[in-house]
Ligand binder design. Structure first.
Ligand code: ADP
Length: 746
């Protein structure tokens, strides 16, 4: 008999739960299991009947982009009782289900763990009560659990990100951006309350991403008794120095050092009293749970969902229940109970006012972000220390614009000024450096830059050559530049490499040269992710969702061409996030044989009732098999079964306001780059003083520029090793028609 797997969502809903359901169902079906949807969480498990139903490939189609959960979710007090759990076991056994994928918060996962522990005992009780036969109990000696964390709060130990947290952050950042514009028009103060009872993740990251002026989180309350006076003094000074608004972000669980709640209303009253101006409160509430999941949540949920099904189906009696999470872009499996205990420990630390422990348990990224935020929100920088070396560094953007570049420049400028240094903005990339188009920047020069897309400094693709080096050297000397900080893509990296290579000829280049990766293509060495790629991915996903909606009524296949130059990151990730059936990458090439197979797949699908086809093609996947060529081929071969349309997404992928992730990444990379400049400004001739910063395995790394030629596939302008290539099989598995079904919806 095939293995039988149940999947349920429980507790608070979160965007991305549907994507996790889809992946769990399809991966399990692919492995030959029977899959059951358990509706309305644990209550459905207790009530049985129609709440537990077989699901097939098609039933899990058309849900990837939907918020909420198609299975429904509920809070079930009855499941907290042994009797309730016994009823649940009886219903599971009626269907022969002894494997579960549970998608929920720490409460739901605690419940799941308990069910597994009690399984044998509850089965025995059911036999004794005459509810089930001994043979049935014997056939299911144990229950296997794989847990996925669905929670917008990002409050669970055992995964870097919970399902829904990134989408919630999108909602929060959008809201604060919108509030900022109205607040600035009226010169008003706003207090924004965001979710998070024990966890300040959403408040902290929302504030960091939106450039808010103050944040209150449960784990690290203000450490002064009269914090209200301090906060109002800083906000007041900020106004005097030119800010037109004040935004305070409050986590719903914010408290003072004595554990007294700090509510949004209290903050509003404080602001009105001290600043003598009207303040408004916005409680974001359930808006944060709503809406379509972000690209990241769709990809995350897809990966952990498929992994959860696989591990739940493979586990034996002695295998522990696992929490399937993500750490440094890799799927992880940790003992479920350990994760639940650690999460409780953290919540207890917050409740018991042990703030040092709470911050420690939240981890390094959280602490770093909090520290950075505390500097960025200052109304004015610390004055330079008398006698300190004030480093003058040039900061510029290069290559194509990437959303998040401005956030990086803002953070670098402010963090540097706060340490007494002098940033010098260069307009229009290396062209500006050649033409001596530079200007000293102050704290307020970058005010309000965090949410703006594009490049305020201006950028160019110019790579210096010949006489340009002399002009640049002169410009650096005239402006007394001690370091260069470049935020940009491949042309920028290439330019910085050229300066490094010219050091022997031009001593002016013997200064720290630091590159921050910013390109939507995500094709730079020494980093897993570049600033801008997340925004581009979300832009693609949004448009493809619309295209899919437009196409379902008419048998149609869409070929969507996305950017990326020769790097397939955007193509593959958007295919996973939208459920495209096929993705064409330059890395894999395109052959006629494969195209024939694709045509056969499309024809068979449309013959069996499919109404929509979706193929995503990287712009340079193949020089001859172009997008129009593919369209003509499919159109001709498809005959009357379906027609074909092309959508070349073009520059909308480079535009748009940066996503919270891109803003936060930009800010954190900029902070580390300032540390780098301080470290090397006296060792400018050292080879290590010319480097590119990046995020590798979750940590910041500096790759010396001399390593770059070795790491790059020069011809295709992409790194030789690309971590995301290993995600290709999952994209393929989930989107194609599954066993015995021809889904019309992906
Ligand atoms: P979340 O899963 O989002 O943390 P809850 O804490 O409300 O949400 O838990 C959801 C459901 O999980 C509860 O209604 C209950 O049915 C079950 N549950 C939670 N905690 C336990 C527990 N300690 N024992 C048994 N079941 C639990």
């Amino acid at each position: 008999m095939p293995k039988r797997l149940g999947v349920l969502t429980s507790g608070g809903d979160a965007q991305g739960m549907n994507a996790a359901i889809r992946a769990t169902v399809r991966a399990a079906l692919d492995q030959g299991a029977d899959v059951y949807g358990i509706y309305e969480g644990y209550q459905g498990m207790i009530d049985g009947g129609n709440y537990i139903r077989r699901v097939n490939w098609a039933a899990s189609g058309g849900i990837l982009h939907k918020g909420g959960t198609i299975l429904g979710t509920a809070r079930s007090p009855e499941f907290r009782t042994r009797e309730g759990r016994r009823k649940a076991v009886a219903n599971l056994l009626r269907h022969g289900i002894d494997r579960l994928v549970v998608i929920g918060g720490d409460g739901s996962l605690t419940g799941a763990s308990l069910l597994r522990q009690e399984w044998k005992g509850l089965c025995q009780e059911l036999v004794e009560m005459g509810e089930i036969a001994q043979t049935l109990a014997d056939a299911h000696p144990y229950l296997t659990i794989a847990g996925l964390v669905g929670s917008i709060d990002n409050d669970m130990y055992g995964t870097d990100m919970t399902i829904g947290a990134d989408s919630a952050l999108h909602r929060i950042t959008d809201a604060i951006d919108a509030i900022t514009s109205t607040a600035a028009s009226h010169q008003r103060a706003f207090v924004v309350e965001v979710m998070g009872r024990n966890c300040g993740y959403l408040a902290l990251m929302g504030a960091l991403a939106s450039g808010a002026d103050w944040v209150l989180i449960p784990e690290s309350p203000p450490n002064l008794d009269d914090w209200e006076t301090k906060m109002c003094a800083i906000l007041g000074e900020g106004r005097k120095s030119g800010r037109r608004d004040s935004i305070v972000v409050v986590a719903e669980g914010a408290q003072d050092r004595n554990g007294n709640p700090i509510t949004a209303e209290m903050v509003k009253q404080t602001l009105e009293k001290h600043l003598d101006e009207e303040a408004r409160v916005t409680v974001l509430g359930h808006v944060q749970r709503g809406g379509s999941p972000s690209a990241y949540d769709r990809v995350l949920s897809t990966l952990v969902g498929a992994a959860a099904a696989t591990t739940a189906l493979a586990a034996g009696e002695d295998d522990e229940s696992m929490l399937v999470g993500i750490h440094h872009n890799k799927i992880t499996f940790l003992p479920l109970m350990e994760c639940v205990h650690k999460t409780h420990e953290l919540n207890d630390a917050v409740r018991n006012l042990d703030f040092a422990k709470a911050m420690e348990l939240r981890g390094k990224n959280f602490q770093d972000s909090f520290r950075i935020l505390r500097t960025l929100i200052r109304s004015m920088p610390h004055p330079p220390t008398p006698g300190q070396k004030r480093i003058r560094f040039a900061i510029l953007n290069a290559s194509g614009p990437a959303p998040g570049m401005n956030a990086a420049v803002r953070a670098a400028v402010r963090l540097a000024v706060d340490r007494g240094h002098i940033p010098v903005g260069v307009y229009r990339g290396f062209r500006g450096l050649i033409n001596n188009n530079l200007e000293e920047f102050q704290w307020m020069s970058v005010n309000g830059w965090a949410p703006i897309g594009g490049s305020e400094l201006g950028t160019s693709r110019k790579v210096p050559s010949g006489g340009d080096f002399y002009a640049i050297a002169k410009s650096l000397e005239e402006n007394k530049i001690d370091a260069i900080l470049m935020v940009g893509g491949w042309a920028g990296y290439h330019s910085m490499l050229r300066l490094y290579q010219e050091r022997t000829t031009f001593p002016a280049f013997n200064i720290p040269l630091i590159c921050i990766p910013a390109t939507i293509n995500n094709n730079l060495p020494g980093t897993e992710l570049c600033i801008g790629a997340d925004t581009a991915l979300n832009s693609i996903v949004e448009v493809v969702d619309k295209i899919k909606q437009s196409a379902v009524a008419s048998n149609r296949c869409f070929i969507v061409e996305v950017m990326g130059r020769y790097c397939g990151y955007l193509a593959l990730m958007s295919a996973i996030a939208t459920g495209a059936e096929r993705v064409y990458l330059h890395e894999e090439g395109v052959t006629l044989r494969e195209l024939e197979q694709d045509i056969a797949m499309l024809k068979e699908g449309f013959e069996h009732g499919k109404r929509l086809g979706l193929m995503i093609r990287n712009e340079n996947a193949n020089p001859l098999y172009t997008t129009p060529f593919l369209a003509a081929l499919f159109e001709e071969e498809g005959g009357s079964l379906f027609d074909v349309r092309i959508s070349v997404l073009g520059h909308l992928q480079q535009g748009g306001d940066p996503t919270p992730y891109d803003r936060i990444l930009a800010t954190r990379l900029a902070a580390k780059s300032i540390d780098f400049i301080e470290k090397y400004y006296q060792k400018g001739e050292a080879d290590e003083s010319a480097a590119a910063i990046g995020l590798l395995a979750g940590d910041f790394h500096f790759t010396p520029l001399y390593e770059i030629p070795r790491l790059m596939d020069e011809k295709s302008q992409r790194p030789k090793e690309q971590w995301w290539m290993e995600l290709r099989p999952i994209a393929k598995l989930l989107a194609q028609p599954g066993p015995g079904f021809h889904s019309d919806q992906t």
